[in-house]
Ligand binder design. Structure first.
Ligand code: NDP
Length: 283
């Protein structure tokens, strides 16, 4: 059986290293390869997934939404989040899942952070932020403040998430401005950067002088391992977590969907770390 990750560009992906290590560790004969698929080749590529020899694929930027109408079925979670990052091929039918949400929560849990009852500030309203917002509400956060550069996008996400929230959970949208963010940030026990600001190692999503100084600061970016957001949070006294745990746990969820087996997490973490080091060395 063959497995793939499809995206464009795809050379940066750590998924082949993580999944091939997991398959080997479990003694499975499947292979996992990266396919560079520009937008105009998505339809023909998804059709190829129906080959009996293909078990499924991961889906990454920029296809997480565009792939949805090409599938036969969506998990309730993927439908609600509005993005698919894992496709399973089941007897000719393609089923779409979103494992980013579960992967994010599992990565927090692994380091002893439970989201239930917390006041959380979420920076970003893109695809990853959508998965994380629903995950946090399902996990029972007390308050979720969603801040985004494009404030209307934050508002749309807050409205969607509010519909899934329980009585007593507070969901609000904020502008990414010091005046709007200072109070929620001061009260937050968990601050999550789900924007792409920081991938360049130089940009921060938070306008100065805002810095999370207490509780947990989590950046879902894993390369660089410490973004300017995490660096300033650590210096101000917050506990910091980067995105490598989320990457590995979303992969672990996908592995179980395809193989029906528990994922060998330790091997997957090791493979992710060494692939990251190799890529860092060649970047
Ligand atoms: P999207 O393109 O869907 O969303 C990007 C988000 O970043 C938007 O909210 C955008 O705001 C915001 N943004 C971009 N640049 C800036 C900036 N300079 N200042 C403030 N906000 C900014 O991307 P994704 O949601 O798919 O991915 C976001 C990040 O999460 C990426 O770094 C990605 O690598 C990481 N990621 C990590 C995963 C993991 O497993 N660890 C899984 C998935 C993603 P606006 O709406 O205003 O444009």
């Amino acid at each position: 059986m063959r497995l793939f990750v499809i995206g464009h560009p795809i050379t940066h992906s750590l998924s082949p290293a993580i999944h091939n290590a997991a398959l080997r560790a479990c003694g499975l004969p499947e292979t996992y390869a990266a396919l560079d698929v520009p937008a105009d080749r998505l339809v023909e590529t998804v059709a190829l997934l129906r080959d009996p020899d293909v078990g499924g694929c991961n889906v990454t930027v920029p296809h997480k939404q565009a792939v949805m109408p090409l599938l036969d079925e969506l998990s309730p979670e993927a439908a609600r989040i509005g993005a698919v990052n894992t496709v399973a091929h089941r007897s000719g039918r393609l089923v779409g899942y979103n494992t980013d949400a579960a992967g994010f929560l599992a990565s927090l849990r692994q380091v002893g952070v439970e989201a239930a009852g917390l006041r959380v500030v979420l920076l970003g309203a893109g695809g990853a932020a959508r998965a994380i917002a629903f995950a946090l509400v399902d996990a029972g956060v007390e308050r979720l403040s969603i801040a985004n550069r494009d404030a209307a996008r934050a508002q749309r996400l807050a409205d969607a998430v509010r519909r899934a929230a329980r009585v007593g959970q507070e969901i609000e949208a904020l502008e990414l401005r010091p005046e709007a963010l200072a109070a929620p940030l001061g009260a937050a026990q968990l601050v999550v950067n789900a924007t792409s600001a920081g991938m360049d190692g130089a940009t921060s999503p938070l306008p100065p002088p805002l810095v999370p100084s207490a509780g947990v600061a989590c950046d879902i970016i894993y390369n660089p391992p410490e973004t300017p957001f995490l660096r300033s949070a650590r210096a101000a006294g917050a506990r910091t977590i980067n995105g490598l745990g989320m990457l590995v746990h979303q992969a672990a969820e996908a592995f179980t969907i395809w193989t029906g087996r528990p994922a060998p997490l330790a091997e997957m973490v090791r493979a992710a770390e060494s692939a990251l080091q190799r890529k860092g060395a060649t970047a």
